[in-house]
Ligand binder design. Sequence first.
Ligand SMILES: Cc1ncc(COP(=O)(O)O)c(C=O)c1O
Length: 469
Amino acid sequence: MRARLARLRELQESPVMDHALSASRVAMQPDGSRLIKFFFGEELPFVSHGSGVFVYDADGRRYLDGCSGAVTANLGHADPEILQVMAEQAERITFAHRGTFHSEQSEKLAERLGAMTGYPYVFLCNSGSEAVETALRLTLQYWRERGEPDRARFLSHAVSYHGATLGGLSLSGHPQRRWVAEALLHGFNELIPPYAYRFAEGRDDAAFTAFLTKRAAEALDSHGSGAAGVVVEPVGGAAGGAITPPDGYLPALAELCRERGLPLIADEVMTGLGRTGTMLASQHWDVRPDLVVLGKGMGAGYTPVSAVLVSEHVVDAIAAGTASVTNGHTYGGNPLGSAVALAVLEAVESRNLVANAAERGKQLRAGLEELAARHEVIGEVRGLGLLQGLELVSDPVTRSPGDPVGSLTRSAVLAARERGLLVYPATGGINDAILVAPPLTVTAEETDLLLALLDDALSAMSQCTRARA
Ligand SMILES: Cc1ncc(COP(=O)(O)O)c(C=O)c1O
């Protein structure tokens, strides 16, 4: 365990390049493009249009969007109801600064979010990273207003992703995304990840929970009156791949926070608003975090919008002090974004998409388990609802990832894409994994098609591995 955490630290402090990164070290785009892309020189199809769970490229190829883009397009593509709201709102007004005007659309959005999640207050932003940053700032402000400005240390997990801004990266345990900014980052990511496949080391769920909780308590106490709060992805997403904690862990972490009076912040940018089969993923364990961060599925790919849900006591402390939150983002709470997000939330409710995510999630999970029984490259299937992850291994006995780490992830993504299926890479720097997370609108037939395409892609991967051996 210590060796593994030490290795993680080492990766986080060195300019790590995963396979995908090093493989793409060719000069610039062969087509002469001036756009700086993720991987210089990587050839990708040009997107043309979308419809429901399908996306089409400029050559007319169809892809089943098995990962909702980046676990974002929760309603699928080109939804007519959302497009209509978008057009109508765009004709009225698209932008008015929230420092000048209140907007009916943002008020309604806050009301609706409150009704759906049970939180009394909402702060609106544009991206998951901004909302994570806002949650950190609100927590810092909470402590300042209460006369404890030295409380500035957050704790998060060693395998996690919380955004590309400096606060988000400081929380993140994701070596490939941290390395470039390491000099400016805090090492908040010191908690042992609730990632049984690699960190339980033979403990059963109860023993692993007890171990994680003990170590989290020690970490919190080591920061004493400097501790500000704990940030957690209820189900880990982009780093590691649908890392699902043992049942007792989130409640135990919440209790540790409660005992110490520390805010618990759930980063539900990926998991929130129905993705895991409940409105918030924290609800699977009856945990009510003090702050909840939402993004991705809130705009569902139709608009960049995100939010922080805030409990009464946090806002009360601010109200009793300066009664102002001066930081924000220019586009935050703009009428167009708010109207579109409101329409997305209404669709999630009126079409019973949370229930559909639970139902289709069961079908998807059963299908993935069945694939795991036939494909040795699948080390573990995990996740909740329509956020499922496959841990990929080169050897099921030793649980070794690809060599180099990241290579199996990349092969799986490419093999799937070649067959018209999109899946999301989720290597955490120490493992190989993909996310399978179709839109919450996915039907039973489309889920079957997704599984068949994935089966085909995994067979092609193992043929390649056998050919190389
Ligand atoms: C859990 C989590 N938090 C924060 C973020 C950052 O969101 P964004 O990319 O919208 O800034 C992500 C993005 O993948 C995420 O998965």
